[in-house]
Write a protein that binds this ligand. Structure first.
Ligand SMILES: C[S@@+](CC[C@H](N)C(=O)[O-])C[C@H]1O[C@@H](n2cnc3c(N)ncnc32)[C@H](O)[C@@H]1O
Length: 285
């Protein structure tokens, strides 16, 4: 690796803890009022394990032919198929625990989607409203690609990101960040070996919007460590939980030695923020 990049990573890299286990149990062990920002995407309870129809999805660009990318959304260490009421109760339990562990004025960005299960429309707002968090904003992430389902519905190309705040002392973001607007457009990360990663730009934007000082970032569903890469490259401490030993191992390696692709994406997507790009200039040029 380029020496300058290595030095930059060493400077950025404060502490990074990846812990294997259930995120509800592990979250209870955190100190109260300790986390500055959480960015996370839980499993969606898609009942996909063993079902070829649901687990093997064909990524598709509407109006064009399929780009031929197939993704298998099956996790290695759990079966993503709880009864929906149990799933939602667990999500509320996690959200409420994280509320207590977050500093007053801290944020939690929660990536989820509207699901259609057995003909029923299930919206994340149903359980978010039951949690202690204040829902500050609903953001739409439009991915340009959808899943090919042969005209049963309009092709679903979007997911949601909920910006949740603790209390009414809200952080004020820069004009640059606000100008990203409430509709975010970028593609999914299809080059990651994890079954359901989000792209690096997603946690980068969330963290940059609310953290102007170094602090602690958490992802209770850490997966391939995308939030950890964003957090540590931005100079924050990171705590990640995941049930899977395998994903946690990959995440640790990825956070400690970011790939060329992660560094390129970091530079590309942080460039729009002058503060960050001049910070990077000190290290790269
Ligand atoms: C949607 S993925 C997150 C992907 C991540 N955002 C990324 O970019 O790689 C959800 C992750 O949660 C993990 N997981 C599922 N249930 C969990 C639980 N109860 N506690 C901790 N991790 C869990 C899965 O192993 C999976 O890696």
């Amino acid at each position: 690796m380029d020496r300058e990049i290595e030095e930059f990573i060493e400077e950025c890299y404060l502490t990074c803890d990846l812990i294997i286990g259930d995120c509800i149990k592990l979250s209870r062990e955190l100190e109260d009022n300790f986390i500055n920002c959480t960015v996370t995407s839980p499993p969606y309870n898609k009942h996909s394990v063993g079902s070829t129809k649901e687990s093997l999805v064909k990524e598709y660009i509407p109006g064009k032919q399929s780009n031929g990318v197939f993704r298998k959304i099956e996790y290695d260490s759990f079966n993503d198929s709880l009864p929906e009421d149990v799933y939602q109760e667990q999500q509320v339990e996690l959200l409420d625990t994280l509320y207590d562990k977050t500093v007053p004025g801290g944020s939690l960005f929660y990536n989820h989607k509207v699901r259609y299960l057995k003909g029923d429309c299930i919206h994340p707002i149903e359980w978010l409203r039951k949690s202690k968090w204040h829902i500050r904003e609903e953001l739409i992430w439009t991915k340009s690609t959808g899943t090919e389902i042969s005209g049963y519905r309009f092709t679903q190309c979007e997911e949601r990101i909920y910006w949740l705040c603790k209390g009414d002392k809200h952080p004020k973001m820069s004009r640059k960040c606000a100008d990203f607007t409430s509709v975010w457009k970028f593609p999914p990360d299809v080059k990651n070996s994890h079954p359901a990663p989000y792209p690096l730009v997603l946690p980068l934007r969330c963290i940059e919007a609310v953290m102007s000082e170094p602090g602690v970032v958490l992802d209770p569903y850490s997966g391939s460590g995308t939030t950890g890469v964003a957090a540590t490259l931005l100079g924050h401490d990171y705590i990640g939980f995941d049930l899977s030993e395998c994903y946690s191992g990959t995440a640790k390696e990825r956070i400690e030695n970011p790939t060329k692709r992660d560094i390129e994406n970091f530079r590309k997507y942080s460039d729009s923020n002058p503060q960050i790009s001049s910070f990077l200039d000190d290290f790269f040029y």
